[in-house]
Design a protein around this ligand. Sequence first.
Ligand SMILES: Nc1nc2c(c(=O)[nH]1)N[C@H]1C(S)=C(S)[C@@H](COP(=O)(O)O)O[C@H]1N2
Ligand SMILES: [Mo]
Length: 372
Amino acid sequence: MDGRIADLSTPGRLAEPGEGIGLDELALAARNHGLPLEALRYDLTPAGLHYVLVHYDIPAADADEWRLTVSGRVRTPLTLDMPRLRSLPSATHRVTMECAGNGRARLDPRPVSQPWLVEAVGTAEWTGVPLRTLLIEAGVEPDAVEAVFTGADHGVERGIEQDYRRSLPLALAQGEDPEVLVAYEMNGLPLPPQHGYPLRLIVPGWYGMAQVKWLCDIALTDTPFTGFQQAVAYRLKQSPDEPGEPVDKIAPRALMIPPGFPDFMSRARVVRPGEVPLEGRAWSGHAPVTHVEVSTDDGGSWSEAALGPADGHGWAWRQWRTVWTATPGSHVLSVRATDAAGRTQPLTQPWNRGGFANNLVQRIPVLCLDGD
Ligand SMILES: Nc1nc2c(c(=O)[nH]1)N[C@H]1C(S)=C(S)[C@@H](COP(=O)(O)O)O[C@H]1N2
Ligand SMILES: [Mo]
């Protein structure tokens, strides 16, 4: 065993009161990065500004040698190389992806893992072959219930060496809405190494853990998959012993580009009196976003923001804008999204042991200067 591989993923350890970020978390935070919030201004996140999350190491990958196998409960097992995949009819979808751990570092008590604040999100155009096409070609046996996706990266979880692996229910894998892609391009270019080169899964509307990078095998199974990243990690639970509910679709969230400029001593954003344009993005994996409300008095009152054009499928974020007339003094700005399914964001933390799906409303302290 390679001594460099550390177990950073004991799910559900909570920080002791007053415990700071440890070196293991710093190591994770140093290799994974978020979206700088000012990049919410772009419809499509430039690839280098899209958040990154890698559990293990980015594997060495050579597109000429890469093979995707479709195996298990199928009539015709497939072995596909990149030219073959690129020759099949393709689809391109604009998708907002968010890490299930986004918001974790704000929770109290704080689950010890990748310490995201709110920045683990990005929107890209992904091009690839609809997964359904490959499943039709392989011929799924009637007793299959799930498709299990294997990435080429590798680590040790609770003492057991394993590949990164996740499953989807068969109906979703074969479905058209959302249309799951086996993607080879991000924003019109081959996938960057950190985003899964040369092949990854894209599951619109689902949190990031489902979007298996460095995809090398799709296995159809006649029993539900119980691997680590499925049945142990990524469960919503309050106590360590319960099995918990699986993490799946993205909860609604709106984010604001912090206005003005930073003051690192007061930790407030600094603005001048008068009209301050406020803008950002809102998304939900359950249904299209239908309302965005902004509060400039720390959640005391809310007013409706103007929404930009809706994305066709609702798989990508929507722009919102409003104008705030700032007056001298301290203020707290917040924003919250509501989707067509009536889901919205809580004002108190939706705590769970793994720190998943924390869509607590964003709070931005602002200091408005006297005069100009
Ligand atoms: N093979 C593999 N796929 C993976 C991961 C991983 O570590 N290995 N991380 C997952 C998680 S938790 C997230 S949030 C997304 C992040 O995708 P991105 O880095 O392209 O933004 O990839 C997912 N797919
Ligand atoms: Mo994630």
